[in-house]
Design a binder for this molecule. Structure first.
Ligand SMILES: [Zn+2]
Length: 1008
């Protein structure tokens, strides 16, 4: 220490004064976050203490200049040595004490003062002797690392400012910071307001900064977003906002919603101007820590950069799925549902209210609407204040009236969109084919109006009015691929029937009204037509032929007793008479006796129609009961003959009487080849010629002892309708010489395939369920006798000529429905505070105030107890001047209140049905005023008349006083131009390979 240096300091006070001042400062000064303290070498400070205690200015213990040399690692960097210990290696003095010491003693030249801040560490205040020392670099040049020290109390924004300065980043650039720890994992430093300590930044870590590209992407995520080559993307310059969104697999619902929001000017400008950065709410427990808002901002910035044909919103989709698991995966969703989630998520992520206070909601209690509404809005804004509230939130009045005590409860509630119902038609138009009992009548196509929630019987009733046939005489069936997909019961709901189903309604023969008790049961027989293939079906191991269904199936009511092969054959011939020609007498149809194939076929067919009940009956023969059935049979005979529809046996008679020799022969052989046929028919009450000829009363004619035997015969017959029953080979041989049938009858299952499982000749079909039979044709017989052309003919009823009008409703009607008084449903009652119980109150909604951008959701998806359907009525909505002044409850608008006139700016469309479908959107570009059609990655020009369709699902309206004039002229080529023509340079540069869209009004701008 030199005398000079000693003199250079200001004249210090006396030693006792020095001691007193410094000691009192050390004693009294408390740690206070943000204050500065200074590090002083312990040895020097002890020396000073000794010096002042001697009280001798000339003492040898004079400490000299403040010297912290021992604390430094070296005297170049002046880095503090690691692990220095307070009160061993150094002492901490408050700023005031430090400045006094510095004034009195000065400091060794070149040494930096060791100023340290008091930081508020969790649960303790502490002087931060060692600050956080981190490396900084740019994403674009990560080799250029610089070192910097920050306090744990500094926030990330301080680091960003320091980096912008250190790396000369142009002002106005949007930056993103990442921190990289030693294990080289990177994490976004998203919240700039968070402290270094809270961000878990510690010494040795690296902070990387990137700046947003001109195309809206970030350098770090560019590889994921880039789809085209770098050169192509970089050279592309298109209209801002006219940008497709790639479908990531059933994400058209999301793309459609995004395009609508993207074309909502106030919201998009808010993001493009980066206003959101200031308002990101990282702490809102209702929000998504700003992540949805940031991901949305990234998509919007890319879409509006004008440098992309199409953007891949993958990050956005992942974030959405992360926060709303229902949107995870790749199923189709509802664009309105996503919109609702997104508006809510953006609102909470951007909520300027950081701490929501609890506000108790008050009922109106008779106060004037104006007062209650203003209070409600004020309260809403105290908890919810964001660009979403500014843009989309309105207020409606909800009035509930208790049905019992008539308590009126009025509340005013904010809304983000209006979900308006569509008038639901309670009726439904169905197109069906009616098949008359008259075999010569073609099926007639009818259009009938039925109640939507009705039953199949309602369809029959509606058809009955046109046909004068009683509904009870109709059976409704769904025909699919030449067979019955479903035969409906009268009490089944019509909602089971889809519009695309082919519905046939069959007239059945009259059931006798007389002698109800003895009425013979009528069997509903389903009849299919099949053609035999030429090849044998070796695959199944049996030697039958393959068959394929053709033509129209039929439903016939057949008396149970007429189910013999013979009776059915004739019945079918008669019912098919319009397109199945009966063999001409001259035509040789004789069948050779030794037709092995034929024989074998019959043997292997499971060609029985069995009757469980009859079988049962046969097992426990009850003679009296049989007698009764015979009586019934006898009695029903005259009725059957009187029937307009001749029963099969009448054909017999006709054939016999009209018939030439060959027809008689056909009959004879048919009769003769099965001796028990006549008795069987007799016992079943079918008036055979024998019965007719011999006796008026078949019951008398047939003696009772024979009953049992005949029952067995009957059963056999039922099991084997084939004329050549396996059980009676001798008889078959005997009557071998016979006419060949046009077709054979085969019991089948509902699909029209032969059931093989129940064994050969076994009881394949049970009458306890629906019986199905097929008539099998040999191809050459079918060619000769089946008139395919005639079979396919049908007539159209006059009801088909009335043009079916598309239901059209006005948007205004939907809004009126929204404000119609309704009674709450059982599942959603209201708790009446007067009655102290839940009540099915009446509820009325009224619009009070409307937002700048009004979203109207058309509730096309209707789910009720009875039906789930999509309503595809056209809702006629105006493109301009949608005026709400008449339906706003608040009539006395003060001056300066905005008008309530709106123009359309975007539409989300849904095409398709309930479960499937496709979403697109129409939207108007805010900059050039042109309408575009957004279909995932494709964007085309749209004309205004195209916009109103029955696909419109969510409408976006902008209040007229807020609409700004387009800043750009509309595209140079009018989309109304008659030839597809590139509209400008940007459009020509695109790959136009979307020829199938080729409508003259469309110019393809981008193809994915
Ligand atoms: Zn009440």
């Amino acid at each position: 220490m030199t005398a000079n240096s000693r003199c250079s300091a200001a004249e210090p006070p006396g030693l006792e004064t020095q001691r007193r001042e410094i000691e009192s400062l050390l004693r009294e000064c408390e740690l206070c976050a943000g204050d500065s303290w200074y590090v002083v070498e312990h040895r020097w400070f002890e020396q000073w203490k000794e010096f002042v205690e001697t009280g001798d200015q000339n003492s040898s213990s004079f400490p000299g200049q403040i010297d912290n040399t021992e604390l430094f690692e070296d005297l170049d960097s002046y880095h503090l040595k690691e692990r220095l210990v307070e009160n061993e290696d150094f002492v901490l003095v408050p700023a005031e004490a430090w400045h006094k010491l510095l004034t009195w003693y000065s400091m060794v030249v070149g040494q930096p003062p060791l100023e340290r801040k008091v930081v508020d560490l969790p649960s303790t205040l502490k002087v931060e002797v060692y600050p956080v020392e981190i490396f900084l670099c740019l994403h674009s040049n990560m080799d250029n690392l610089i070192t910097a020290q920050f306090s744990r109390a500094d926030n990330i924004h301080t680091i960003q400012k320091a980096m912008c300065q250190a790396f000369s980043v142009p002002p106005g650039s949007e930056c993103r910071l990442w921190m990289k720890s030693s294990d080289s994992s990177c994490e976004r430093l998203r919240n700039l307001h968070v402290s270094v300590l809270d961000a878990c930044l510690s010494s040795g870590m690296t902070v990387i900064m990137e700046t947003r590209n001109a195309d809206g992407t970030w350098p770090s995520s560019r590889p994921q977003i880039m789809r085209n080559s770098v050169e192509e993307q970089d050279s592309y310059r298109g209209q801002s906002g006219v940008c497709g969104l790639t479908n990531l697999g059933n994400t058209c619902f999301m793309n459609s919603a995004l395009q609508c929001l993207s074309n909502t000017p106030p919201l998009t400008e808010y993001f493009l101007q980066s206003s959101y950065l200031e308002e990101l709410n990282f702490t809102n427990p209702l929000g998504m820590k700003g992540e949805i808002a940031e991901a949305y901002a990234d998509v919007i910035k890319q879409m509006w950069s004008g440098r992309h044909y199409s953007v891949v919103p993958r990050v956005f989709k992942t974030k959405v799925g992360h926060f709303a698991s229902q949107f995870l995966g790749y199923q189709q969703h509802d664009s309105q549902e996503l919109l609702s989630f997104l508006l809510d998520g953006l609102h909470e992520d951007l909520n300027r209210v950081k701490n929501k206070e609890y506000i108790e909601l008050r009922d109106a209690e008779g106060r004037p609407d104006q007062e209650v509404a203003e209070e409600a809005w004020r309260n809403h804004r105290r908890r919810n204040d964001s660009v979403i509230v500014d843009t989309f939130h309105g207020l409606f009045k909800s009035t509930l009236v208790c049905p019992e005590c008539h308590k009126v409860s009025v509340t005013f509630d904010p809304f983000c969109y209006l979900s308006v119902p569509l008038p639901v038609s309670k009726e439904r138009v169905m197109e069906v084919f009616y098949v008359s009992l008259d075999p010569y009548a073609k099926p007639v196509q009818h259009r009938v109006v039925v109640p939507k929630a009705g039953k199949v019987s309602d369809l029959c009733s509606a058809l009955s009015e046109m046909t004068s046939v009683p509904p009870t005489q109709m059976v409704v069936a769904d025909v699919f691929n030449h067979h019955f997909f479903k035969i409906y019961n009268a009490d089944e709901s019509l909602s089971c029937i889809l519009d695309r189903d082919d519905i046939f309604v069959y007239e059945l023969s009259v059931q006798e009204e007389q002698q109800e008790e003895q009425q013979e049961e009528q069997v509903l027989l389903a009849l299919y037509l099949r053609e035999r293939s030429h090849y044998r079906d070796y695959g199944s191991g049996s030697s039958s032929y393959g068959t394929s269904l053709f033509g129209h199936p039929l439903l016939l009511g057949v008396p149970r007793s007429s189910c013999s092969q013979e009776a059915l054959y004739n019945l079918f011939l008669q019912r098919l008479a319009r397109y199945v020609r009966r063999p001409d007498p001259s035509e040789e149809l004789e069948e050779e006796e030794e037709d092995d194939d034929e024989e074998e076929l019959y043997k292997t067919q499971t060609n029985g129609i069995s009757d469980d009940e009859q079988q049962e009956e046969a097992e426990k023969v009850d003679p009296s009961q049989t007698q009764l059935s015979e009586d019934a049979a006898a009695n029903s005979q005259p009725d059957a003959t009187a029937n307009a529809d001749p029963p099969p046996e009448l054909n017999h008679t006709q054939e016999t009487t009209n018939g030439s020799g060959s027809q008689t022969e056909l009959l004879t052989s048919a009769e003769g080849n099965d001796a028990n046929c006549s008795s069987n028919e007799n016992s079943c009450g079918n008036p055979s010629r024998t019965a007719d000829a011999t006796s008026e009363s078949p019951a008398e004619q047939t003696p009772r002892p024979g009953e049992e035997e005949r029952e067995e015969d009957k059963q056999e017959e039922a099991c084997s309708p084939s004329p050549l029953t396996v059980e009676q080979p001798t008889k078959r041989r005997a009557c071998r010489k016979r006419r060949k049938s046009l077709f054979t009858i085969q019991a089948v299952n509902s699909n029209g395939t032969t059931e093989r499982g129940s064994g050969e000749g076994g009881s394949a079909v049970s009458f306890s369920s629906q019986p199905y039979v097929a008539i099998d044709w040999d191809p050459d017989m079918k060619k000769r006798f089946y008139n395919e052309n005639e079979a396919e003919k049908y007539d159209k009823h006059a009801s088909m000529e009335v043009p079916q009008q598309q239901t059209t409703v006005q948007l205004q009607e939907c809004i009126e429905l929204f404000t119609t008084v309704e009674t709450l449903e059982e599942e959603n009652p209201w708790y009446c505070p007067v009655c102290k119980k839940h009540q099915l109150a009446t509820k009325k909604l009224d619009l009070w105030s409307l937002p700048e951008v009004l979203i109207i959701h058309l509730k096309r998806f209707s789910y009720t107890k009875f039906t789930r359907e999509k309503l595809d009525s056209i809702v006629e909505f105006p493109l301009r001047d949608l005026d709400f002044s008449d339906c706003l409850l608040r009539k006395n608008l003060s001056n300066g209140e905005p008008p309530s006139c709106y123009d359309l700016i975007a539409v989300s469309n849904h095409y398709g049905g309930l479960r499937d479908g496709h979403y697109t959107s129409y939207a108007k570009n805010k900059d050039n005023g042109q309408w575009y059609y957004f279909d995932d990655s494709k964007v085309t020009y749209a004309r205004e008349p195209q916009i109103v369709t029955n696909a419109a699902y969510v409408l976006f309206y902008h209040r007229q006083d807020k609409i700004r004039k387009p800043t750009l002229p509309p595209p140079s080529t009018s989309p109304a131009s008659s030839t597809p023509q590139p509209a400008n340079d940007a459009i020509t540069s695109c790959k136009d390979n979307n020829a199938e869209l080729g409508a003259s009004s469309y110019v393809t701008m981008e193809t994915d």
